[in-house]
Design a protein around this ligand. Sequence first.
Ligand code: SF4
Length: 105
Amino acid sequence: MNSSDRRVFILQVAAGSTALMALSSVHAQDVVVNEKDAQAIALGYVADSTKVDAKKFPKHAATQMCGNCQVYAGKPGDPAGPCAIFPGKAVSSKGWCSAYVKKAG
Ligand code: SF4
């Protein structure tokens, strides 16, 4: 491999890893949980905590939302973030589901 070939090879590897990094960082945030998914329905997930069915979930409180749930792994201020209950997808920080557990602290 001469130096020109090596430079092309290095550029191709760099471009490939940048593309992979872009794909992996987009992944969780672009696939937002749909309220109509079977698992979302089973857990009573809604993207807006104020829309929780109070008759079905009488223990839900207005202050409960994904953003202050123990399971939520999004950064503070982000509109959505990962949740272990919905692997590979993002939930709305203002959402809620019946698996809600108040974040410690
Ligand atoms: S487990 Fe917590 S973060 Fe995940 S959807 Fe339910 S309320 Fe939101």
